[in-house]
Write a protein that binds this ligand. Structure first.
Ligand SMILES: C[S@@+](CC[C@H](N)C(=O)[O-])C[C@H]1O[C@@H](n2cnc3c(N)ncnc32)[C@H](O)[C@@H]1O
Length: 406
């Protein structure tokens, strides 16, 4: 029997009766996919795991709390037999055979008439792998294919739909980009990249990919936003798949909406992929949680690129000083002395702890600790340079300065 390979097929189970015998771990793992396929699932089992119980509670499946009995497979198209009772399993699979119902057996693959493949889904593609009676091998092959689809390495030469993807690349560690962002990057013809974000990923791009540096070095040389918008539009109009790779999240001080609007005006299709913002992940990288039960019930993310007394500032520092939670300042290295002074002047205690984290999540990550009274001088003396995230508030002391990833 085992000499013949299994015949792969996709069952369309919507509205069709599927009978599951046994409500343990196997059922718990298989039921979500059956429910997602729209099957009319009947579970027969005296007991069930809490997750299976919850599926019955919400009406996703129907549960008869009893043991299997002959006739349970009446009207079924497909059966999953997964009890710990060998006699019941044999009886149920004999009934399946007699009724010509395809039947999976968790306890005995040889006695089954169907096998469950190792499956995965990526962007509408279902991967299903069978490798005889070797589920570990099936899972390993499935993982490799799913990973290849997710990161784009399996589909790199696929013709791409022209347009622009604004991809949030995360704080810098190349592992902290989203799966979708990484796949779009692997499929790009042109990448316009910021200085911040996962620059290491650019090395992995094939040689034909054009990489354009859109570095906006603070207070230094920069490529005007308009020039970036024009470059995005030009390359997209030339039929290229363009990725605009940005640090953190495109919509957190990232000018993502400006780029989206410019593209919309030019009639260019654009997709936005969120990213992990440095405002949360960089404190986290040195063991600082931006909220902590009993310590901080809010966190506020502020741009410090202009000082508190600068007429261009849109930040109400006097109000922020009255908050007791966490204040996270981005782009604030240059003005942190003035910012700290303003916060103290408006009522935040001078001994409030402050942590400054430079180049978080990268190999050159550094952290210095201070208080509002000392941070201006500390940042100067330690020669902290952008990019840095400044965390102000009691959460700084929740973890020891030498936290897990410090
Ligand atoms: C123009 S903002 C962009 C923020 C980005 N969109 C985000 O969500 O993280 C740039 C600022 O983000 C912060 N930043 C970004 N990446 C950082 C990193 N790896 N380490 C420390 N600060 C970082 C710095 O405050 C930097 O000046």
């Amino acid at each position: 029997m085992a000499e013949h390979s299994a015949y792969p097929v996709g069952l369309r189970l919507a509205g069709r009766r599927v009978v599951v015998i046994g409500g343990g771990q196997v059922a718990q793992r298989r039921l979500p996919a059956l429910v997602a396929a729209g099957a009319d699932v009947l579970l027969v089992s005296p007991s069930a795991t809490p997750s299976v119980d919850a599926m019955a509670e919400t009406g996703e499946i129907r549960w008869e709390r009893r043991r299997y009995r002959d006739g349970d497979l009446d009207g079924a198209w497909y059966a999953l037999i997964a009890t710990r009772d060998r006699v019941a399993n044999d009886a149920a699979s004999a009934e399946a055979e007699a009724r010509r119902v395809w039947c999976v057996r968790a306890d005995d693959a040889e006695a089954a008439t169907a096998w469950t493949p190792a499956t995965g889904r990526v962007e509408g593609v279902t991967v299903a792998v069978l490798s005889g009676n070797d589920p570990r091998r099936s899972a390993a092959v499935r993982d490799a294919v799913v990973e290849g689809l997710r990161d784009g390495s399996l589909t790199r030469n696929r013709p791409r739909t022209p347009g622009v993807a604004l991809v949030g690349g995360g704080p810098g560690d190349p592992d902290l980009i989203t799966v979708r962002g990484r796949r779009l990057l692997a499929e790009a013809d042109v990448v316009i990249a910021d200085r911040l974000g996962p620059r290491d990923l650019l090395d992995e791009l094939p040689p034909h990919v054009e990489v354009i540096d859109a570095a906006k070095i603070p207070y230094g040389r920069y490529m005007a936003q308009e020039a970036i918008n024009n470059a995005l539009i030009e390359h997209a109009k030339a039929g290229k798949a363009v990725v605009r790779l940005k640090g953190g999240d495109p919509y957190v001080f990232g000018r993502g909406m400006e780029e989206l609007q410019a593209l919309a005006e030019a009639g260019i299709p654009c997709t936005v992929v969120p990213g992990i913002s440095s405002s949360i992940s960089v404190p986290g990288a040195v063991g600082i949680p931006v909220t902590h039960r009993g310590v901080a019930h809010e966190f506020t993310v502020v741009s410090g690129h202009v000082g508190p007394d600068d007429p261009r500032s849109l930040v109400d520092w006097a109000s922020l000083a009255k908050l007791t939670g966490t204040l996270v300042v981005l782009m604030g290295v240059d003005k942190i002395g003035l910012i700290a002074e303003a916060l103290v002047r408006h009522g935040r205690p001078a001994d409030t702890p402050v942590a400054v984290v430079q180049e978080g999540t990268t190999a050159t990550q550094r952290r210095v600790d201070a208080t509002l009274a000392t941070v201006g001088e500390t940042v100067r003396a330690a020669e902290i340079r952008p990019p840095a995230v400044i965390v102000i508030g009691e959460v700084v002391n929740v973890a020891a300065p030498a936290g897990p990833a410090a």
